[in-house]
Design a protein around this ligand. Sequence first.
Ligand code: ADE
Length: 222
Amino acid sequence: MKIDILTIFPNMFDGFVSESIIKRAIDKGLVEINVHNIRDYSTDKHKRVDDYGFGGGQGMVLMPQPIFDAVEVLKTDESKVILMTPQGVPYKQECAYDLSLEKHLIIICGHYEGFDERIRTLADMEISIGDYVLTGGEIASMVITDSVVRLIDGVIERESHINDSFNNNLLDYPVYTKPANFRGMCVPDVLLSGHHANIDKFRKEESLKRTEERRPDLLEKR
Ligand code: ADE
């Protein structure tokens, strides 16, 4: 898969692409992530990317020209263009699964007070990562990229995401590591028993219990 991210703050992605599972996926050639500075596409002699909004109001608005030009350069028949905005559809694991099957994502990060409304016409979908407002779409685009990349075949073991929280609308069961007794808090006996059928049963029950307690809304969707 190829992911092109359009941003006015490309340095924000330095750590994201050079650590952990994302780095490993890039190194293995399972994903190519290109971070593009929107400013590089500006035809303005001062490389401006934003300006005051017509009609007044506070803050700067991202101009359409650099973003249209960037998308037109990068887009092919296989591309899906995503716009990060708090006005988009709420992001869910199901959407991450769908996006992980795409060949090419182009993710546009909005910033400052907003982006020119005409930029919306470029997008195949608009995504919000939650009902709160970030200073820009950069962190939101990392959330999308991270959750999609880990689902690409070969990035992590299939087993790990089959048991993910939200798979089948269930939260994950609790996990433990050494020591078996930490400050009097003991690992449930069944996990030390080596009895796989009982361990499976325990995990299913805990998963259900946890979902009932914390996210009963998920169970209604099952
Ligand atoms: N940009 C600012 N806030 C956002 C959010 N909640 N989701 C996606 N993009 C955003």
